[in-house]
Design a protein around this ligand. Structure first.
Ligand code: A2P
Length: 338
């Protein structure tokens, strides 16, 4: 199989390369694409060097699977060319996620939807993936009527430059120098602010609306009640989420823990004695979602309220890894030698 990575020089591009290298995908199977700015740039890959090319309409000849992570505008412009060239596009942007002709897939949750594709498969929003990795197994076991989620999102979710800006601001503040905010809308270091996406007349930002709409599509449950609050925190990598559930059928924390223990891609980190729970520093660079703080919501009667806290690497499972796993489903076995 031949793969293209559109957005190979970005933060998610790095993760695609690391995952594919780890699976033994040969350099000759890869085509790296980015903007004209990066054309000719060399990227080290499995003991050799790959040269980045400018993405054009002709970039996809001979490509079987094209991973897109270069922003919605680029997906809208170039994904149709990739499909015309015969590639299946796995798109990490929001461009096609709510298109009824495009499946939106978390392989642990709705793998069969992959096979309804007409050339493009969408990778969900990172916060949605991280939430559903914990919520979907609970949903299947006990039913979920309502989800209230508050996120604590890392700067790298806004791209490599945002992550570098957080680092630079932290240095500048500690050195007593003035800071500049060019990538994110506010000071990121030592601060928390509303997610950097547009707010509509409802008062919800776009990230929150994505979590609502995408979760319903992935779970095939348009009646699911969800509300979210999404903020940026001064963490370079891995998003965390506080999740409050109202179940359809009562369950104890131990019953929920048992379901999560058995869930693929999830690791329960719930050590009350040592006050050790999911943290972004532990989730960074890992494939698994860390889930803990599993407890009964004391404000909900009849045992139907459950509280959870989750940390997951949004560049890996929230983006590149989920996309590679979609390619695994397409190929009906793991791509590469693993
Ligand atoms: P480049 O590095 O050449 O700008 P991030 O989300 O980390 O900011 O990464 C965005 C990715 O999308 C980068 O690889 C970036 O390439 C790529 N990209 C941005 N604009 C374009 C474009 N017009 N054509 C192709 N790739 C683009």
């Amino acid at each position: 199989m031949k793969f293209a990575i559109a957005g190979a020089t970005g933060a998610v591009g790095d993760e695609f390369l690391a995952i594919l290298a780890n699976r033994g995908i040969d350099a000759g199977q890869l085509r790296l694409l980015a903007s004209a700015r990066s054309a000719g740039k060399k990227i080290a890959y499995r003991g050799t060097e790959l040269t980045v090319a400018e993405m054009t309409a002709e970039s996809f000849d001979g490509i079987d699977v094209a991973f897109f992570s270069a922003g919605g505008g680029r997906s809208r412009e170039y994904a149709p060319h990739a499909v015309k060239s015969g590639a299946v596009v796995i798109d990490n942007s929001s461009a096609y996620r709510m298109d009824p002709d495009v499946p939106l897939v978390v392989p642990e949750v709705n793998p069969d939807d992959v096979f309804t594709h007409k050339g493009i498969i969408a990778n969900p929003n990172c916060s949605t993936i991280i939430m559903l990795m914990a919520v979907a197994p609970i949903y299947r076991a006990f039913g979920v009527e309502r989800i209230v989620c508050s996120t604590y999102q890392a700067s790298s979710g806004a791209g490599r430059q945002a992550m570098l800006e957080l680092e630079q601001q932290s240095r500048d503040l500690l050195d007593g120098n003035p800071i500049t905010a060019n990538v994110l809308p506010h000071q990121a270091a030592f601060n928390i602010f509303n997610h950097n996406s547009g707010i509509d007349e409802s008062g919800y930002n776009e990230e929150e609306r994505k979590m609502v709409n995408e979760s319903r599509k992935i779970l095939h449950d348009n009646g699911l009640r969800i509300s979210a609050t999404c903020v940026r925190v001064p963490v370079p990598r891995a998003h965390s989420e506080s999740i409050n559930l109202t179940l359809a059928n009562a369950a104890t924390p131990d019953e929920v823990r048992a379901v999560l223990d058995a869930a693929p891609g999830v690791r329960v980190v719930d050590d009350r004695e040592n006050n050790y729970f999911p943290m972004p520093i532990d989730a960074s660079g890992k494939d698994e979602m860390l889930v803990g703080r599993i407890r009964q919501d004391m404000s909900q009667p009849d045992g139907r309220g459950i509280e959870l806290f989750i940390s997951g690497d949004q560049l890996r499972k929230g983006a590149a890894l989920n996309a590679v796993q979609i390619a695994d489903v397409l190929a009906k076995s793991p791509i590469g030698t693993s």
